[in-house]
Design a protein around this ligand. Structure first.
Ligand SMILES: Nc1nc2c(c(=O)[nH]1)N[C@@H](CN(C=O)c1ccc(C(=O)N[C@@H](CCC(=O)O)C(=O)O)cc1)CN2
Length: 279
């Protein structure tokens, strides 16, 4: 079987080209979409992601702001910074880059962002609305994955989907999004028994475990659609996914690569949700 590589990077570019026109139209009305990213500390990966958010929002003509704060900032001072951005009408979207340093209560900070400005879909009000099927901001990574599946005309209705990973950012919302499209969804995690057997039955396999090349060829059903959310460093320092892509070739019908698959769509959906807020 020939395996189709699903080009998230290409789709992100196509969507961002269209989004530029939306930004230009809003700017003409005096409503340039504004995105504020708050970064605490010096985590190397987070610095790269935030820089990319800054560059891409600027390239789109958006009003881009990055607030860089010291790793030892107090929780109270961070909350005060969030509130300052809440009050700034030129910022339509706010996000706090995760993970946060251990001494800060992540949930408290996410709750402090005005839910109308939450472009990550992590505020409890948005999580609740999403769960209930009401309009809300959506978590960007699973939202981007749904766009990739749509672009490649992957039918989900009645399909068996296995999501490996139960994080609030990816695994849980991914499961609900697949369920909303009438897939039959199973969530697996570190305590799941017979994971390989479960995976072998899945028509749609989403790997979001955070362990490099955890999903090998023997996990994959012939013809399955494989989504790789992993972002791991190999012993040689190379960026690798949760799936052994080379091993999956010829077995999966479709697969997302790492890099160039899910990652670029995460930022694209963030920009789209910021534009939607400005509208
Ligand atoms: N507040 C948030 N924090 C975090 C989120 C999030 O959605 N909101 N997700 C991740 C990190 N992330 C965005 O913030 C992110 C990760 C990876 C990529 C990406 O484009 N990856 C590239 C490779 C980049 C590299 O070379 O390192 C790819 O896959 O092609 C974008 C965004 C955790 N924190």
């Amino acid at each position: 079987m020939e395996t189709i590589i699903m080009d998230g990077k290409g789709l992100a570019k196509k969507m961002q080209d269209q989004m530029k026109e939306q930004v230009a139209a809003l700017t003409a009305e005096g409503k340039t979409p504004g995105l504020c990213v708050i970064l605490v500390g010096e985590d190397k990966a987070s610095q790269v992601y935030v820089r990319n958010k800054e560059k891409q929002s600027e390239a789109m003509g958006m009003n881009s702001r990055v607030v860089r704060l010291a790793a030892d900032i107090s929780e109270a001072d961070l909350l005060a910074e969030v509130e300052k951005q809440n009050q700034d009408d030129s910022m339509h979207g706010i996000l706090v880059q995760l993970p946060l340093p251990k001494h800060i209560d992540e949930q408290k900070v996410l709750r402090a962002i005005r839910y109308e400005k939450d472009v990550d879909g992590f505020h409890p009000m948005n999580v609740g609305n999403f769960f209930l099927g009401n309009e809300s901001a959506l978590p960007c990574t699973p939202y981007g994955i749904m766009k990739i599946l749509e672009e490649y005309n992957i039918a989900l209705e009645g399909k068996k989907a296995l999501v490996i990973g139960r994080s609030n950012i990816v695994g849980k919302p991914m499961s609900i999004m697949l369920l909303n499209e009438n897939a039959t969804v199973t969530i697996a995690h570190s305590r799941t028994k017979n994971l390989k057997e479960l995976a072998k039955e899945a028509d749609i396999l989403v790997a979001a475990i955070g362990r490099g090349h955890f999903v090998t060829a023997d996990f994959i059903k012939e013809g399955a659609v494989v989504i790789d959310v992993g972002m791991n460093r190999s012993a040689e320092g190379k960026l690798i996914g949760d799936v052994d892509t080379a091993g999956a070739m010829g077995i999966a019908s479709h697969i997302t690569p790492v890099p160039g698959g899910v990652g670029p769509m995460t930022i694209t959906m963030l920009l789209q949700q910021t534009i939607d807020k400005a509208k």
